[in-house]
Design a protein around this ligand. Structure first.
Ligand code: FAD
Ligand code: NAP
Length: 540
């Protein structure tokens, strides 16, 4: 650590780096590896006690990826991808966390990472960032890389009385490391998003009784998870081409062949195609089956009806089945889910479903959950109620850019970025998989690697050209935001009250947060900007 000078606002500077990296998830780890390899000094800070980000925090029963393991992994080092063996089609949280730790070991990242340390503020002093932590560090850095995650600020529901409950309370996103046993207990699960849909079957199999509180039913498809029996070896034998196809694809996962409109084929053929997607057990099997599913309500209805019929075939009680059928949003416009026995779980005699659209929660009491229909007493409540997605962890840090302007104020009407990675008024400040980039609409590993590479290239360009700052121009940013919004308006996404739209957080502006142009197109655009000497950026 170098003691350089005193910052009048933050105190004595305790360390100086080329880059501060906030977050030790996959984004932060790869950013550190990449920058060190290029000769930059960098340090990672994370509030967590270890690496892995999402996979450090979300240890709830059933947690696993829903992008195939062979896709949901780093591609930057062919040796790493060859030596690591995934054991299941969709790896579990412990296995993914082991992978994250393996990456940290393999590339000896540990000495340059600091844990149990939250970044509290980042202030531009005219030439560098002064970054402070809750542990008293005051760091001077030329660049700040926010690898803070898009689903990393957990959210409890806005219901009164949560603190009064005397039983056990859990959040899927802050699950105890020692695990939780539910044997013999009456358990409430609030929420029916991906986290709930993965955990409910396992909780229900263990608990004496499980009550699921559902506000919005979700579309879920069977994961068809299985041990990997060597089939991934074939992919590994052509990993470079496979990864390239992922990079050029729409969602960051390679899909065979071109698609056509759902209206150009017969009902029989459509259902055969949907069935094949359903049987293959992947997120894009249905929504990617035809090129208008996410754009045309009629086309979308074909896929939605297919899934609703599957729910009705699976769930024995017709009323419960109907309650589980989503009707208020097109399939895909809220993040779809992959499950193992989710719908069948409602055939268990020890599982109840409460429809919060009919009987909303009024409060959490000392003994359980109160709805307008009465009290349900439980021993434990599991909150699977999501995140302040995409912007939450960015605005949680007190970021002050040029002239003291704050990021929070700059984003009052919703996030404003150039390419989803840079922000006008905030030089040398980067958001990995930030809003208005493909991010959460994609296989995140593909998007993380692309952003990290792009940021590292930009920093190298500055260094090589004797420059010190790169800052998005307001004009380029405005045009990018408008372009991103226009693309979203052409889709069905704005029809849903989703976290993609910021709808799950009271008071959050309703704007479509990610970029829906597709990973390949987006990558080309970013490369083009870089090739044109960082078109749309002010370099100094
Ligand atoms: P994260 O993994 O979220 O890491 C960010 C880190 O930053 C966290 O450790 C956090 O503690 C730290 N941090 C944030 N703010 C601060 C601060 N101010 N100071 C210090 N530290 C800070 N994506 C997929 O593509 N496929 C999947 O199958 C998939 N499954 C998922 C399952 C779950 C349960 C969740 C919640 C998300 C899933 N995602 C999935 C998205 C997932 O978040 C990304 O795939 C990926 O792990 C994100 O990595 P990251 O490094 O960008 O962010
Ligand atoms: P989520 O999708 O936002 O789901 C939160 C759930 O809580 C929703 O059902 C929501 O209902 C409900 N809820 C919120 N506030 C409520 C309230 N006041 N009363 C009643 N219900 C309330 O969150 P998540 O399940 O944690 O998933 C977030 C994202 O993380 C996913 O979309 C996905 O991208 C990722 N993820 C992936 C996996 C995986 O399979 N690999 C697993 C978990 C998470 P409404 O819909 O009505 O708001």
């Amino acid at each position: 650590m170098t003691h350089v000078k005193t910052d009048p606002d933050a105190g004595e500077i305790t360390a100086t780096y080329d880059a501060v990296i906030v977050g030790a998830g996959f984004a932060g780890m790869y950013m550190l590896h990449k920058l060190r390899g290029l000769g930059f000094s960098a340090r990672v800070y994370d509030a967590a006690g270890g690496v892995g980000g999402t996979w450090y925090w979300n240890r709830y029963p059933g947690a696993r990826c829903d992008v195939k393991s062979v896709d949901y992994s780093f591609s930057f080092d062919p040796e790493l991808e060859q030596e690591w063996e995934w054991s299941e089609k969709y790896a579990t949280q412990p296995e993914i966390l082991r992978y994250a730790n393996h990456v940290a070991d393999r590339y000896e990242l540990w000495p340059d990472m600091q844990f149990d340390t939250r970044i509290e503020s980042s202030r531009w002093d005219g030439s560098r960032w002064i970054v402070t932590t809750d542990q008293g560090d005051v760091i001077s850095a030329q660049h700040v890389v926010m690898a803070v995650g898009t689903l990393s600020t957990p959210k409890l529901p806005e219901v009164p009385g949560i603190d009064t409950f005397t039983g056990a309370k859990y959040q899927t996103s802050k699950w105890p490391h020692e695990g939780v046993g539910f044997t013999g207990q009456r358990v409430a699960v609030i929420g029916t998003g991906s986290s709930a849909i993965q955990s409910i079957p396992i909780i229900a199999a263990q608990a004496a009784h499980t009550t699921v509180f559902q506000r919005t039913p979700n579309f879920s498809m069977p994961a068809g998870n299985r041990p990997l029996d060597g089939s991934e070896k074939e992919i590994k034998s052509r990993y470079r081409d496979y990864r390239q196809a992922a990079k050029e694809s729409f969602f960051g996962v390679p899909i065979a062949g071109d698609t056509v409109s759902a209206f150009t084929v017969s009902e029989e053929e459509r259902n055969r195609t949907f069935q094949a997607g359903w049987d293959d057990g992947n997120l894009v099997g249905l929504i990617g089956a035809y090129d208008d599913i996410l754009y045309d309500k009629g086309a979308n209805d074909f896929a939605a009806d297919f899934i609703r019929n599957k729910i009705r075939e699976t769930v024995e009680d017709p009323d419960v089945a109907e309650t589980l059928c989503p009707f208020n949003h097109p399939v895909g416009t809220k993040r779809p889910c992959l499950d193992t026995n989710y719908y069948a779980t409602f055939n268990r005699p020890n599982v109840d479903l409460v429809d919060l659209r009919k009987t909303p929660i009024t409060e959490i009491t000392r003994t359980g959950v109160r709805t307008t229909a009465g009290d349900i007493d439980v021993d434990a409540i599991v909150f699977a109620t999501g995140f302040d997605a995409m912007t939450g962890s960015l605005v949680a840090v007190d970021v002050e850019g040029v002239g003291g302007a704050t990021l929070r104020e700059a984003w009052t009407d919703g996030p404003q970025t150039y390419l989803g990675v840079a922000i006008a008024g905030f030089p040398n400040f980067y958001a990995v998989t930030g809003p208005q980039s493909p991010s959460v609409l994609s296989n995140m590993m593909v998007s993380i690697e692309q952003h990290v590479d792009w940021i590292a290239d930009a920093m190298t360009y500055l260094r090589d050209h004797g420059l010190t700052t790169i800052e998005a121009t307001p004009e380029a940013q405005e045009a990018w935001v408008a372009h991103s919004n226009e693309l979203a308006e052409e889709t069905l996404y704005p029809l849903a009250n989703s976290w993609y739209m910021g709808a799950n957080v009271p008071g959050k502006p309703r704007v479509f947060l990610p970029y829906i142009g597709g990973c390949g197109v987006y990558r080309d655009r970013c490369n083009e900007v870089a090739a044109n000497d960082y078109d749309g950026f002010k370099l100094a």
